[in-house]
Design a protein around this ligand. Structure first.
Ligand code: CTP
Length: 404
């Protein structure tokens, strides 16, 4: 099992607009989220961008015409129309909007748009006069009435050297509209989710630090899951071995104190705060300005306690704010989790057993149990981090609704 968006299939229809180059960025952001992207370029789109770029980004053969060899062995447009979870037409010209509105099926994209029952999202891009023309506006209204979705266009300087509505929305904004349609879930729409992730590094001297084995995989999975449900996501992350989704607001830090400052700042307007970072409890009392030299005798480092980030934000918690922590334990998992939920005043804690060979730090899975503040616990056992992210977010949604 994966997050609610990974491995889903998006047909990315690219039509003939100068904004077609932005569709490369869009494709790469979708791929990065674990989505399968099938690029479809109309004949006009190919005047602006090449199929090769999309093939390199998506790892899929781009569809460039209806009657090309091999494209009809399995009546592909029908198979794709049935299989796809979302059709995203970006950029969408006045022409494709008009053809879709009137059921014209004269190329691969327009034919497949007619054959699919998947959600369709258009990101219009055109000259202001074309966009505001009653014909285009009527076509958009017709498509909206039939359940199609639109994102943008924005107002800005257009390729035709005029300023007005018609500029295609930025890829991040298009993704915000696309992901809930893709996951079929909008239960975090309008909510702000703040996630801490990764390790922290506490400097000993300019060369060395105290750190830990956290990879950031759990935080990344949580960010993807929340984005897929329509949330605005901020990830405050320390050193990690994963890339975080570009569609989230990303704040990079190194030390626990930097993480604490960033989290306190971002927590003010957060609806949900999830502490998935492995924060160093201690830092060297005095980081040396110069590289420490070996002396030939044993060395003792004096350590000072770091602030507890979750405990800090939960002391200033806003009404309705949901705060979730993790408890990484090597033994007495449940007892430790229950004492941490109380000590840090959390709504939920995800207890995980670390130190084994098949789960935990750096791996794709962990052994987990979820405990709530009333003491209810669900022992989940060995679970993929993506699947655990989905379970956690289900509970978070329940807490936000006040039903748990
Ligand atoms: N945490 C935090 N700030 C810290 C330490 C931990 O916000 N300075 C958060 C972690 O992100 C996690 C939870 O608190 O969500 C529990 O972290 P964990 O390391 O398991 O527990 P500690 O509170 O550090 O307690 P101990 O190390 O004694 O088990």
């Amino acid at each position: 099992m994966k997050t609610s968006i990974s491995n889903k299939e998006v047909v990315l229809g690219v039509t003939g607009s100068i904004a077609a180059y932005k569709a490369c960025d869009l494709a790469s952001r979708l791929v990065e989220l674990g989505v399968n992207v099938l690029p479809v370029l109309t004949r006009a789109a190919q005047e602006f961008v090449g199929a090769v770029s999309f093939e390199a980004i998506t790892g899929r053969r781009a569809i460039t015409g209806m009657f090309e060899p091999l494209q009809n062995t399995d009546v592909e447009h029908i198979a794709v129309a049935q299989r796809a979870h979302l059709f995203l037409v970006a950029p969408a010209t006045a022409n494709i909007i008009a053809r879709a509105a009137h059921g014209v099926a004269d190329d691969w994209l327009s034919t497949t748009l007619l054959a699919t029952r998947a959600p369709i999202l258009f990101a219009p891009a055109m000259n202001t006069a074309m966009y505001t023309h009653p014909a285009t506006q009527a076509n958009i209204e017709l498509l909206r009435a039939r359940g199609c979705h639109f994102v943008g266009p924005g107002v800005g300087r257009l390729a035709c050297r005029t300023v007005g509505p018609g500029r295609m929305s930025e890829p991040a904004e298009i993704l915000d509209a696309a992901l809930p349609l893709l996951s079929g879930r909008t239960d975090l729409a309008g909510k702000r989710v703040l996630i801490t992730s990764g390790a922290t590094h506490e400097p000993i001297d300019p060369v060395r630090f105290l750190g830990n084995r956290s990879s950031g995989k759990m935080g990344r999975a949580l960010a993807l899951e929340a984005l897929g449900r329509g949330a605005h996501v901020t990830v405050v992350y320390g050193p990690s071995s994963v890339d975080y989704p570009l569609n989230a607001e990303l704040v990079e830090v190194e030390t626990a104190r930097q993480m604490a400052d960033a989290v306190v700042e971002c927590s003010r307007n957060a609806d949900v705060i999830i502490g998935a970072a492995a924060v160093a409890d201690y830092r060297p009392e005095q980081a040396s300005q110069d590289k420490r030299k070996k002396t030939g005798s044993p060395l003792t480092l004096a350590l000072t306690e770091n602030p507890d980030i979750l405990a800090t934000v939960s002391r200033e918690r806003r009404p309705g704010q949901v705060i979730v922590g993790f408890a990484a334990e090597t033994r007495d998992v449940m007892e430790n989790a229950k004492s941490k939920i109380a000590a840090k005043n959390l709504d939920l804690i995800v207890a995980n057993l670390v130190g084994g060979d098949d789960a935990g730090f750096g791996m794709d899975a962990l052994r987990a149990a979820i405990v709530d503040k009333r003491g209810n616990s669900a022992d989940i056992g060995h679970i993929d981090k993506d699947a655990l992210a989905e379970r956690i977010m289900d509970q978070v949604v329940g807490l936000l609704r006040g039903s748990l």
